[in-house]
Design a protein around this ligand. Structure first.
Ligand SMILES: N[C@@H](CCC(=O)N[C@@H](CS)C(=O)NCC(=O)O)C(=O)O
Length: 126
């Protein structure tokens, strides 16, 4: 039974990633000045995620739609990111956005909607 659920989850994940791929939002074209400002602002961010997680797809779409470059870290398959997420973030749940502030303080932001709202408020052009 466990294997049936695991396989179903895998197929569903593949399906969602496929739908995401064919309906991808276009990346906006930023001016070089804006692009370098955005890159500087996102350089200290990392998105802990799983490839087949629908909530991660939701956040990756937001990142793309806003035209941001945020490093993604595979917390399912890479033990380094897996351990870091749990020990520093506090729990094994993705997506999780790690944000390092100017003074080196680190914030671990969980919940796809919270992350998407944060990115939208901080980076969407009015
Ligand atoms: N409400 C959360 C749900 C996130 C969630 O359920 N993530 C799953 C992956 S799709 C997870 O982290 N599962 C941990 C595990 O597999 O142990 C959100 O919107 O981000």
């Amino acid at each position: 039974m466990k294997y049936i659920f695991r396989s179903l989850r895998w197929f569903l994940g593949q399906f969602i990633v496929f739908i995401d791929w064919i309906t991808r939002p276009k990346k906006p074209k930023h001016t070089p000045e804006r692009k370098s400002k955005l890159d500087a602002a996102t350089a200290n961010m990392a998105l802990y995620q799983f490839n087949l997680c629908p909530f991660c797809v939701k956040t990756r779409r937001k990142v793309r739609k806003l035209g941001l470059e945020i490093e993604t870290r595979d917390a399912r398959n890479d033990p380094k990111w897996n351990t870091e997420l749990v020990s520093e973030g506090g729990k094994y749940q993705v997506p999780c956005l790690r944000i390092m502030g100017e003074n080196g303080e680190v914030q671990w932001m969980y919940e796809s909607s919270t992350i998407n709202d944060y990115l939208e408020q901080r980076f969407a052009q009015s």
